[in-house]
Design a protein around this ligand. Structure first.
Ligand code: UD1
Length: 349
């Protein structure tokens, strides 16, 4: 699959999924201009990316820029022609979105309106969007297909759903738009080299960064939210997907977008199609790290689903893409990153 000669604009390119995706885009021959406002990332990410990109490092360019900054976006689009935009930038903490809904709507929704206006002005109408399985709310059945009912249950989830709605409206209004909505399940893991990974700012909300910190001895124990779910071991089940698989999925998505004039606005799940429980993930991480992950069973977390995993047929059919890594690989690579950079991008070099 080649993206040789293609120039891709990436928002949120220093984030967890963005940074891994940029590297994989380079591997497939693309050139990339990435932006990030650094609100939830580190400038040093780009140094790590350059190291991994090797002789392809000169094919990527970074500009510090917020998607709300129309002037800077316009300047970038004046200078370069882009074949496609991959839009990752956005706030993503569910709990925080409940406390700061306006910030979430402004950054995620208004910022996306501004980005789309600039894209339209410069006639770049190809977009791959970072959506989430959160748009399915509390799903009624698994595996979840793309036609499952949409219902967000948090301000964060609504910002994703509203963006999706806006993209659907846009594609109806103007047939030139081609928009692929990628609904990610639970991205984890790290670059297999251990030189790139996830670095959440503050106390992690998500399971795997928390497990990692317990294994490193940075936190005493993990709280397992609920062990009375109707699942085999009583803990909630999720579809964890390796960030490198996700990155490859974006390459396939860009190829598909560029090759499909009548794409309109299409949603595609990116997951593995299998679920793992919280206790299974603890065990897998212990196996990969050789460390004990202490945990305590506590009450369920409000708003959590029992079991979530993806139907993957659409991705296989439409993108020719399928995940390759299992949870042991995900934990192994995440531990490679964690043990090399215990303070993430703040680890002294
Ligand atoms: C969360 C977000 C979701 C987002 C997704 C992907 C919530 C409610 N949802 O989903 O919108 O799209 O991340 O990044 O935050 N768990 C523990 N202890 C912990 C942390 C988590 O037991 O300290 C459990 C959770 O109850 C859940 C599983 O681990 O069963 C995964 O949790 P998490 O990583 O937060 O992901 P999701 O809740 O699936």
């Amino acid at each position: 699959m080649s993206l040789a000669g293609k120039n891709i604009f990436v928002t949120g390119g220093l984030g967890f999924i963005g940074s891994h995706t940029v590297l994989v885009l380079l591997e497939h021959g693309a050139t990339v201009h990435l932006i990030d406002n650094m609100s939830n990332s580190f400038e040093r990410v780009f140094e790590h990316m350059k190291k991994l990109a090797g002789d392809k490092a000169d094919k990527m360019k970074f500009t510090k820029c917020d998607i709300n900054d129309k002037e800077t976006l316009t300047k970038i689009f004046e200078k370069e022609t882009f074949d496609c935009v991959i839009h990752f930038a956005g706030y993503k903490a569910v709990g925080e979105s409940v406390d700061k809904p306006l910030e979430y709507y402004h950054n995620n929704f208004v910022g996306t309106v501004i980005l789309l206006e600039v894209m339209r002005q410069f006639k770049c109408k190809n977009m791959v969007f970072s959506s989430s399985c959160t748009v399915y709310g509390l799903p009624e059945e698994v595996p979840i297909t793309e036609s499952a009912p949409l219902k967000a249950i948090s301000p964060y989830g609504r910002t994703k759903l509203f963006q999706e709605d806006m993209f659907r409206d846009l594609a109806v209004s103007d047939k030139e738009w081609r928009i692929l909505l990628l609904r990610y399940f639970n991205p984890i893991g790290a670059h297999p080299s251990g030189d790139l990974g996830e670095h959440p700012v503050g106390i992690p909300n998500n399971l795997m960064p928390y497990i990692q910190q317990v294994a490193l001895g940075q936190r005493e124990f993990l709280r397992v939210f609920g062990n009375d779910y109707p699942t085999p071991d009583g803990t909630a089940v999720r579809d964890y997907i390796h960030v490198m698989d996700l990155a490859e999925g974006h390459v396939s998505a860009v190829v598909k977008t560029l090759a499909t004039p009548d794409l309109g606005c299409t949603p595609i799940n990116l997951g593995t199609g299998t679920g793992s429980s919280v206790l299974e993930m603890i065990k897998a991480f212990e196996g990969a790290s050789g460390k004990k992950v202490e945990y305590r069973l506590v009450d369920r977390r409000a708003g959590d689903s029992v079991a979530v995993w993806a139907a993957t047929e659409t991705a296989e059919k439409q993108l020719g893409w399928k995940s390759k890594y299992n949870v042991d690989d995900m934990c192994k690579h995440q531990w490679a990153w964690a043990s090399k950079y215990p303070q993430g991008y703040e680890t002294p070099l």
